[in-house]
Design a protein around this ligand. Structure first.
Ligand SMILES: NC(=O)c1ccc[n+]([C@@H]2O[C@H](COP(=O)([O-])OP(=O)(O)OC[C@H]3O[C@@H](n4cnc5c(N)ncnc54)[C@H](O)[C@@H]3O)[C@@H](O)[C@H]2O)c1
Length: 252
């Protein structure tokens, strides 16, 4: 068990990639806290972990709200005494052509994907520093933070900024023994990607951009999240790990 005795907080841990990370962390021995906005989905994920003998708690939190994030961190510290791992996974992606993106589309992506990552990171990092916790913080970026995709200018900008934020945080937190890295998944099968997966001709065309010729599964991101959270990556900080079936290496 690579995370035995650790406490992990996974934002957006009730669906898709975040849920897979929460379940895999629990299997590796971590006590897992998840947050999101829908109580039913949070309860379901907590139930799965507890039924298999793990420890889990959940918080209904909007990651854009500083007060809610700070309260969650305080309650979690009161519950389990420390936070060793933070995964900034909560995110949205509502594609729209650049010329049609509204100010409110832009603000919502910045608020959830970017400000949410900042708020949770700062709150947890302060607690880690105060307690001397040699923690690991992981940002869920994307291949879209490293290369451009049409109709996603707002989303791409948040994912690139998360990588930059990760490097800058890594620099300041290294003296405290806290590591910060980003994960850059390619196309992963979740409810976020269902519209494209359900569109036969479109997904057939899309798969041509992926050398491994298939979409990825949430568990295939969770295994990398275990690596970044564990001592296996103890000399690694400020980096971005791409998991995309080879999509980014392909020129044509
Ligand atoms: N699915 C992919 O192909 C893919 C690829 C690269 C990166 N990502 C990133 O992975 C992360 C998870 O995506 P997913 O595909 O699992 O999507 P998903 O929609 O299944 O999960 C998103 C999670 O974020 C939570 N969330 C959204 N807004 C929130 C808010 N304001 N406060 C708290 N929680 C909030 C949701 O409740 C949900 O649990 C996102 O950051 C996404 O950008 C996904």
């Amino acid at each position: 068990m690579r995370l035995h005795g650790k406490v992990a907080l996974v934002t957006g841990g009730s669906h898709g990639i975040g849920q897979a990370i929460a379940l895999n962390y629990a299997r590796e021995g971590a006590k897992v806290a998840i947050c999101g906005r829908g109580q039913a989905a949070l309860d379901e994920t907590v139930g799965i972990i507890r039924e298999s003998g793990g420890a889990a708690v959940s918080y209904t939190v909007d990651v854009c709200d500083k007060q809610q994030v700070d309260d969650m961190v305080e309650r979690l510290l009161a519950e389990w005494g420390a936070i060793d791992i933070l995964v900034n996974n909560a995110g949205i992606c509502d594609p729209a052509p650049f010329l049609d993106i509204t100010e409110s589309d832009w603000d919502r992506h910045m608020a959830i994907n970017l400000k949410g990552t900042f708020l949770a990171s700062q709150s947890v990092a302060r607690a880690m520093v105060a307690r001397g916790t040699k923690g690991s913080i992981i940002h869920m970026s994307s291949v879209n933070g490293l290369a451009a995709e049409s109709d996603q200018v707002h989303y791409n900008a948040t994912k690139a900024a998360m990588i930059s934020m990760g490097m800058s945080m890594a620099l300041e937190l290294a003296p405290h023994g806290i590591r910060v890295n980003s994960l850059c998944p390619g196309f992963i099968e979740t409810r976020l990607t269902q519209p494209l997966i359900q569109n036969g001709p479109a997904i057939a065309q899309y798969l041509k951009t992926i050398p491994m010729n298939r979409v990825g599964q949430p568990d295939e991101i969770a295994t990398a999240a275990i690596f970044l959270a564990s001592d296996d990556s103890r000399y690694m900080t400020g980096q971005s790990l791409v998991i995309d079936g080879g999509q980014l290496i392909k020129l044509s």
